[in-house]
Design a protein around this ligand. Sequence first.
Ligand SMILES: Nc1nc2c(ncn2[C@@H]2O[C@H](COP(=O)(O)OP(=O)(O)OP(=O)(O)O)[C@@H](O)[C@H]2O)c(=O)[nH]1
Ligand SMILES: [Mg+2]
Length: 485
Amino acid sequence: MPSGYLRLDVPIAALATAPVPAALAVVRTSGPGAPELAAKAFSRPEALSRAETHRAVHGFVRDPETGRNADEVVALVFRAPSGYTGQDAVDFVCHGGPAAWEGVLTALEKAGFERALPGEFTFRAFAAGKMDLAAAEAVDELVRARTGEARQEALERLSGGLGREVSDLRDAVLAALTEAEARLDYGEDELADGPDDLLAAVRAARSRAEALAASHAVGRLLAEGARVALAGPTNAGKSRLFNLFLKEERSIVSESHGTTRDYIEADLDLDGIPVALFDTAGLREAPDPVEAEGVRRSRLLAEGADLVVYLVDGTRGAGPGDLDTLGSLPGAVRVWNKVDLPEALPAPEGWIPLSAATGEGFPALAAELGARLRGGALSGNARGTELDRGASGDLDEAQRASSPPISGRPLPHTAPRLASRRQADCARRAARALAAAGAALAAGAHLDAAAVDLREAADALAELTGESVPESVLEMIFSRFCVGK
Ligand SMILES: Nc1nc2c(ncn2[C@@H]2O[C@H](COP(=O)(O)OP(=O)(O)OP(=O)(O)O)[C@@H](O)[C@H]2O)c(=O)[nH]1
Ligand SMILES: [Mg+2]
């Protein structure tokens, strides 16, 4: 691999904790003979190089050239195959200041360690068979998880739940392939008569692959978060609702029209889904160029959001301009605000009544948003749509069919979900190949064609768990990680 992840025998070192001053920092190392090598930069070389696995050794990291102490540390020793990477390793718990950890890293470099690449420790764990590729990707998700539910999902993938489901499916595909090949040997005529177990097995495998691919819609939201935009005419109460979501006075609220002139973003945990919530400039023919630019940006933002909440002032109702805008945002959640005011008109069918002032109707709105996001009923303009919708119309249908109904009820946690585009792509490839295999069989026993498709499906599933992955893909995955992970 060009950037060198395959240098598994090279001893590596990196700061594993955030590069900010803190009470403690961890400098991690890995590679065959790491404790013996680290001993060259340690005040008690014998104690370190003789330490058994899982032992803590107190001492000083010492610059091997100058002999000066870099920091007082506790060294945690792991011997292969224990520890995170499955290799010999030493984690140095040192003082949490930049001078301390840099001193430790420099001393280790002089002893022979090289600086680790992003994700290189996790790559080694993957290479040692300590985790499959989906689990390795989950490590990165776990580091980035913003809500409890996102963390839970990543943990489940990390424990190999997804890998097991995929391997199990792959076994089923390989069994079908063996069967197809056996029948090929007996001649294709055999297939024409009698109940066709092979076709049934291929169809069942196809459904499972499609369900996996469809799980990406929710998995992606949990891993990456959803973009939700509050849009609507000026003075509708968008900023007040924004503040209600955040439970703090973040955005300026005033009775004058055109108060918000640019969008404001804040992170939110919406019923377990990590959300980036946007307050936008009210939509109107803005009198001044600065506000007009804000309005233009707000429109773009709404068009690119996963979900749009469109607010109107319930005392004024929805005008032709609103209906026009809503025509281009078909999936928008419609909100009829200011229902606390006596002059408010009754909310028409399809609009959620709300008072951003008193909070009336807010729980119902929040539940609706959660349900929409979980149901994958994104406003039709979600990011990454090409990949998420899949290339075949056939699959589109399957995805829609397996989307849970909008109910506000959390999805059960039984089935593992795909989190990355890469994983979803593999599942879709498998589903398409299985669909083709099924079609070939149904059309009258083109067993050799079906066998090719079944092989392709099995390969795609092997790629999902990382059993066989091109090096370039591995490099792309691991280079996104943090250094030290
Ligand atoms: N009574 C009542 N007043 C509200 C409600 N929501 C907002 N307001 C008031 O309506 C005015 C406009 O609210 P904002 O939140 O600033 O409206 P906005 O949609 O952000 O407006 P722009 O930033 O100009 O686009 C303020 O005086 C709010 O206090 C509500 O539910 N009830
Ligand atoms: Mg505003």
